[in-house]
Write a protein that binds this ligand. Structure first.
Ligand code: MN
Ligand code: MN
Length: 293
């Protein structure tokens, strides 16, 4: 194995191990916040770092649900997308699975799993986002569901969780070939709704994009702490030590000043149920799926 792949593979293997262990932690009545804490602690225990906060989006929420420190929500009979990010020296692994606590939507889950499988078989130098998107679209519609068109896979860089190219869930006509050594995440989303998401309110996931000086002393301390996250996404929950009210105030101030970007929960526009499956790949011949155990 080429040495420059080592960090990516190590991050992927940690993410895969945590993902498989954590499946059992997602069960009815478990506190989502505690489950997120457990996942993040386990990443560190295995020698990885957290590339982005663990997220557990239920039912019609496709992504970006991340409990804050006050969140007492428990898993119920939900369709839960568990999304995990690990990095090793900045090399990111991004992986997600859907856990169906309703036990009534196995075909919706299977649609995104099989779409990812079909896409996986296409990954190689020269393959195009259009081809991958077409394969995902075909599999998901063959199950009678729709892919979510305004969510997509993406490139991954060192200390970068979203970079080019975009890997769509339908044929966008993007014929730019993938290149050997590129790292990408592919993440088919299937829904029985409209196949489009919209942003909701109350973001709990943020990322430092444009640090600027701030005046008041607490905001300054919070910003110092945020700088420690190395430009990667973070959870408001991680700042709970400063006091919930205070953190909310500072974060909304930082958003207004353009210091941080916010990532609110993404809700299916037709309120459809959503499944998601995601792996990280190194484009090569054969492709390496870093997040497969
Ligand atoms: Mn993900
Ligand atoms: Mn992703």
């Amino acid at each position: 194995m080429e040495q420059e792949y080592d960090d990516w593979i190590q991050a992927g293997q940690i993410a895969a191990k945590v993902r498989e262990e954590a499946r059992a932690w997602v069960r009815e009545n478990a506190l989502i916040r505690e489950t997120a804490d457990k996942v993040e602690a386990r990443i560190l225990e295995l020698g990885g770092k957290i590339a982005f906060p663990a997220q557990f989006s239920s039912d019609n929420v496709a992504a970006h649900y991340c409990p804050d420190a006050q969140d007492e929500t428990r898993f119920a009979r939900n369709i839960v997308k568990m999304d995990i990010g690990v990095h090793v020296s900045g090399a990111v692994a991004d992986t997600a699975v859907t856990i169906d606590l309703t036990k009534e939507h196995s075909s919706l889950v299977k649609a995104s799993e099989e779409a990812l499988k079909a896409a996986s078989e296409l990954v190689r130098p020269g393959a195009t986002p259009a081809q991958i998107g077409r394969a995902i679209h075909e599999v998901i519609t063959s199950y009678g569901f729709s892919p979510i068109k305004n969510l997509s896979g993406h490139g991954l860089g060192r200390y970068e969780v979203h970079t080019s190219p975009s890997i769509p869930n339908y044929d966008t006509g993007d014929d730019n070939p993938l290149k050997k050594g590129q790292t990408i995440a592919i993440e088919p989303f299937a829904t029985n709704g409209l196949g489009m998401i919209k942003q909701s309110s109350n973001a709990t996931v943020f990322m430092l994009t444009n640090p600027k000086p701030v005046r008041d002393i607490t905001s300054r301390k919070i910003l110092e702490k945020i700088k420690g996250y190395e430009g990667l996404p973070f959870a408001s929950r991680w700042l709970a030590g400063f006091g919930a009210q205070r953190v909310r105030l500072s974060l909304s101030q930082f958003v207004k000043l353009g210091i941080i970007e916010q990532y609110p929960p993404l809700v299916e526009q037709g309120n459809g149920l959503v499944s998601q499956t995601e792996h990280t790949f190194i484009v090569d011949e054969p492709a390496i799926i870093t997040t497969r155990l």
